[in-house]
Ligand binder design. Structure first.
Ligand code: CO
Length: 134
């Protein structure tokens, strides 16, 4: 089922500062910020060759990363995203094995324009896990 690691996402309190850290301090290639109001975040992607680092800043009220940043004010690892060939087949197999899919269980269009789902962290070693249709 599980394919490549598509990205590791870090929630950050200040996207401009986070971009400066990756671009200037670490010398990485960083995309332009993209506002995703339907996901409650502004995102940039850091290209690190074999995968990407997604930097997420809260956008608007009720951002899904607001509570995370209250707990970890300087930011931290928020989720891992793996690619799957068939997101609906993956969802159905995971649900059948007892894993919990967040939200209404239907894929939504993520930051790359592809369907994504999130799996409950308590079912995956304390780690919020995103699946993206490859
Ligand atoms: Co993600």
């Amino acid at each position: 089922m599980l394919g490549r690691l598509n990205h590791v996402a870090l929630a950050v309190p200040d996207l401009a500062a986070a971009v400066a850290t990756y671009r200037n301090t670490l010398g990485a290639e960083v995309s332009e910020p993209q506002a995703l109001p339907e996901h409650g975040v502004t995102v940039v992607f850091v290209n690190v060759g074999n995968t990407k680092i997604e930097l997420l800043e809260p956008l608007g009220d009720g951002s899904p990363i607001a509570a995370f940043l209250e707990k970890f004010p300087s930011g931290g690892m928020h989720h891992l995203c793996y690619e799957v060939d068939d997101i609906l087949a993956a969802r159905d197999a995971l649900k059948a094995s007892g894993a919990r899919v967040l939200g209404d269980g239907n894929p939504r269009i993520g930051a790359h324009g592809k369907p994504v789902l999130f799996l409950h962290p308590k079912d995956f070693l304390g780690t919020l896990t995103e699946l993206e249709q490859s």
